[in-house]
Design a protein around this ligand. Sequence first.
Ligand SMILES: [Zn+2]
Ligand SMILES: [Zn+2]
Ligand SMILES: [Zn+2]
Ligand SMILES: [Zn+2]
Length: 359
Amino acid sequence: MKTYTCICGNTLFFENSRCMQCQRPVGWCPGCDRITTLLDLGNHHYQCGYTDCQTLLTQCHNYRVHQVCNRCIPTSEVESAQSLCDYCQYTDTIPDLSISGNKQRWYDLEVAKRRLLYTLDVLNLPFGHADFDVPLSFDFKGDVILKDALWRTLGKGKRVFTGHADGKITINIREADDEVREQLRVDLNEAQRTLIGHFHHEIGHYYWQLLVKNIWLNHFKDLFGDPSSPSYSEAMDQYYANGPSKDWQQQYVSAYATMHPWEDFAETFATYLDMVSVLHTTRHHQRGAATRYVQTAEFDDMIAAYRQLGILLNELNRTLGLIDFIPEVFTPFIINKLRFIHQLVRSTQSRQVGHSKIA
Ligand SMILES: [Zn+2]
Ligand SMILES: [Zn+2]
Ligand SMILES: [Zn+2]
Ligand SMILES: [Zn+2]
């Protein structure tokens, strides 16, 4: 992610809604695609603080009222006081705000979702609303616990499963609780488990349906296997009964990817988005020798840069006793799958008119 500059000279970050130095409100300007100082014109109207932009802005409803967003809408496009920004429009269901802690969970989920959508915009990947081939939307929901049954195990119908179905991405809001997520990571023997990781994975299922299913299926089968044999439910039963094969690291980015070709694709797609966002950040900050590779969009250069960065970042994390920054091992099998995803992304870019919203 890039960093930005307040008119007071302070550095601004993607998540900021206030400058920590001058205390002015800040937010995302869709006129110049930057986090900007919001110059207060009164009556909830603002102006972008960059002199080369100066777009007139109104805060997203979720920014002004709930403080879970930091994006603005060009004032000329605001239809009502409830108008949502380009990213909040994709959230269909928000957590029950009468429950203590849910506001913070919603905030954390929206932060991760904004990072996801930003990365999709960097890649110029298509996504859209109701009139789109596969309309994208998000539900952030908690398990329903009946007051008189708190001590019982939840029935299946009351439990929210994180997943993707026909463009709808559902995230169980418990994933926003650090202790719950870390316990699940340990129980499931995962190298990492983060909110951004969930979004990177589930959007992989979305792009399978949007891009692979009808166009690239044969090429997909060659690399990931046939998704119809065994069926998804058979594969899931087998995985939870027997676990992954012993030498899964040779062919898969994670143990979970071994379950079924769809999960393999989603896990590999998530790794690709990790790679793109890490390299995008590195390019902006121009740190380290690896940046010379980062300037190009060629896959071999990208993977070389990412592996080189991975050695440095993993060693830095180990210096502080943190888990590995880049846990994947890039074997030839895995590189071929990532290359397929890169080709898929490039093919959609070449079909679209114009360039990425964010350079
Ligand atoms: Zn400032
Ligand atoms: Zn601007
Ligand atoms: Zn918003
Ligand atoms: Zn999945």
